[in-house]
Write a protein that binds this ligand. Sequence first.
Ligand code: AMP
Ligand code: MG
Length: 494
Amino acid sequence: MNPSKDCHATTDLGLTWRNTFAGLGEDFYTRVSPRPLPDPYWVAHSASLARELGLTSFWQQSDAWLQALSGNRAVAGAEPLASVYSGHQFGVWAGQLGDGRAILLGQTDGGQELQLKGAGLTPYSRMADGRAVLRSTVREFLCSEAMHGLGIPTTRALCVTGSDAPVYRETAETAAVLTRLAPSFVRFGHFEHFSARGQIEQLRTLADYVIDQHYPQCRGDDTSGGNAYAALLQAVSRRTAEALAQWQAVGFCHGVMNTDNMSILGLTIDYGPFQFLDAYQPGHICNHSDTQGRYAFNRQPNVAYWNLYCLAQALLPLIEEQSHALAALEPFKTVFLQEFESRMRAKLGLLDSAATDDRALVEDLLGLLARSGTDYTIFWRRLSHSVGSGEVTPVRDLFLDAAGFDGWWLRYTERIGAQSPEQLSQVMLSTNPKFVLRNHLAELAIQAARKKDFAPIASLLEVLETPFDEHPAFEHYADFPPDWAHSIEISCSS
Ligand code: AMP
Ligand code: MG
């Protein structure tokens, strides 16, 4: 990363701090300090991310860290700010939004931006309180690290600190702050913001910044007619397609794919009412507030494309030719299909070159899973074991239509042919996770956390960081969801 020339670096908390985003100028943000929270305490942390950041093992014992990440101590060298963006929410232009409760402290060594989510009011808080509740913060913490463990592009979560300060949602809850990191928190909505206001110079400044920092290859990319902004759009389309393919393959439903929740780096960002599918229901709606099902599981790829279209419109003043903007969106469809198919083939252990019937094999399987409402994660894991052991009953038992499954199984075993079952099984077990962050698992960890028992968060984190391992001590985390899981309602309230 090339810190801009007007950006100095200072050391505090054992890290060197700079803030290249602050160098963009005050059209892009408002300087704002995190607000204090009374008597903060540690709720959870990711030791592996801390190691990646080069933090000493003592940071968790450090009161300076606890206070800094709860908004009670200024970090020397950080230039805290809240950025401004706009966006389309549920398909409707929402106008100006912005970081209403996330405050960017700056970049740490290695170029990761660090944000405190829930750190208090900003000029963009609108009618809300700038806070985040323990419940939603624990969900975002665990899911960020679960996605990373699955190999899916995501913002990361370093830790959660809590306070008994009340925060009012449907009921009184308590406050928490999530410390999250990403190479950039720039969203599609940042571009929409300046474009909608006709602030074309700011739009260009932002696009140049993102290209210089994250997509330098877009300069001099002849495939986009030599226009770096068209090349940027194309690169974002590809990354978004790759991320979406991974979501669909693993059964992840984001829940609020508004354009302000779309990362310019193709990262999964802003975990709210997300859900990993339990039963495979293609039309599953995980967001209780999404009455129309706009963000239903099987609509996600189309929504991503719609969102990219919004980004294309925002970038049009820089791309100039509408045909170039549309052409830059084109790769989304091909990359998504290619990536999705290759991931589904990998889940089936089909690592040789694609056969003509593979697509039908996948589609027919998904049809069977949907008709039986089969548990998605358990199916793939059992299949991976069955291929190795030759014992098909545990998989067959997951289907109401046993005859339908038998027909599919016959085609599948013919397709895998003479490959070594043990080898195949090993490959599949490293592709099909045993553990995903099911709603009820998060819910149980939250209930314990409310009673100040943070151990369940730590053990869940342990399995979710390496979700392809067996973790025999945590077998219960790989079980079917209990009946009460169906009654969990997760809305946008966070
Ligand atoms: P979200 O649905 O979480 O992506 O949030 C949409 C917009 O509302 C963003 O601009 C958020 O910063 C803002 N927002 C959400 N919750 C709060 C809150 N409690 N306080 C201030 N702003 C919020
Ligand atoms: Mg958001």
